[in-house]
Design a protein around this ligand. Sequence first.
Ligand SMILES: *Cc1c(COP(=O)(O)O)cnc(C)c1O
Length: 362
Amino acid sequence: MAHVKLHIPGPVEVSEKTFKALCTPMIGHRGQGFKDLYAKIQPQLQQLLYTKQLAYLSTSSAWGVMEGAVRNLVQKKVLNCMCGAFSDKWFDVSKKCGKQAEALQVDWGSPIRAEAVDKKLATGGFDALTLIHNETSTGTMSPLAEIAALKRKYPDVTFIVDAVSSMSAVPIKFDELGIDVLLAGTQKAFALPPGLAVFVASPAALAKAATAKDRGYYFDFVEFQKNAEQSMTPSTPSIPHVYALSSKLDEFFAEGLENRFARHKKTNQLTRDWAAKHGFTLYPEKGFESITLTCVNNGAKPGGRTMDVAKLQKLVKDQGFLIDGGYGKIKGLTFRLSNMGDETEATMNQLYAALDKAMTSL
Ligand SMILES: *Cc1c(COP(=O)(O)O)cnc(C)c1O
C-alpha cells in the first residue's frame, strides 16, 4: 500500500535520510563509540536550547520525562497550568504520582497568561508548576517568556516546561528564561520516529531532585546528570534514535537555526492563509496561535464556515496525505494541519493543493 504522508501534529513525516541514520550498525552503550556520538550531539543540543547545562537523552515518549519531572521535583504542591488535552492530563498524572496538585484551568483555545499564574503562585504553598508551551491539542502557544519572568518573583518554585511540539521550531532560550526543566519528545518538531525524548534541567532542579526520596530510577534526574557528564545515559538508550538525532541535528545546523525558525513561521502563515481563503477561522485566541500546527475552527467556536471533517480527512487521504480530525472534546469541531519537521513551502503547497481539491466536494 502506498505511504500516506503525515501532516498530523505528531508523529510527523520522517525522511529517508533519518531512516537511514536509524539503521546505522549497532554499538555498545558503554563503549567509546557511543560516548563519542553523545559528545558530538551534546554541544548541538546546547546550542539549540541556548544553554550551558547538559542535555539528556531519554528513551521514552515525552510523558516519561513529564511524569519524571513531577516525581523528581514536586515536594509540596504543584500548580498545573491547563489549557488543553495534554496540559489537563499533567494534572491527573501529578495526582497519580501521589502529589498535591492544583489546577489553573482556562478554556481550551485560550493561552495561559502570566497574570493568572502570578495570582495562583501568590497564594503560596506551591514549590513547582507545569506549563505546556505549545498546547498541541488546541494549537495554542502560551507566552513563555512572560510566564518565565515570574521565576524571579518566585525563585523557590520549580518551573517545568513542556516544549514537545515547539522545541527546535521556535527559539527557546533555556538559560535566559531561567526555567528549571525543558523537555520534548522528538517525534514532533524534530521529525524523528517516536521513542526518544530530550530534556535539560537547571542546577537548582538537580539539587532539589537529589533530595527527593521517591524519585524512582528510570527517570532519576540525578542519574541522568551523572551519566551525561560521562556522555552516557543511565540505562541502555535507543541507540538507533541517537544516530537519527545526530543526523537531524546536522541538518538543523546546515540549514541554520534562524532559517529553520523562519521556515516554520512562513509555512505556518501559509496554512493560516489557506484556512482564511476557504472561510475558516482559527480555534486559538487571536495572537496565541501555534506556529508549528494550525488548529482550524469548524464549529467549536462561533464564526467561520464548517464542513464534514471526517469527509475532508478521507478526501485528502485518498490523495496521499493524513491530517488530524481534532483532539478529544473538539474532535470534528476542529481539524489540525501540521507544518512541523522538514516541511517547506513546496511540500506544504502539495498539501494545500490536495485540501483545495477536497474542498470542491464539500
Ligand atoms: C504529543 C505531546 C505530548 C505527549 O507526548 P508523548 O510522546 O505521546 O508522550 C505531550 N505534550 C505535548 C504538548 C504534546 O504535543
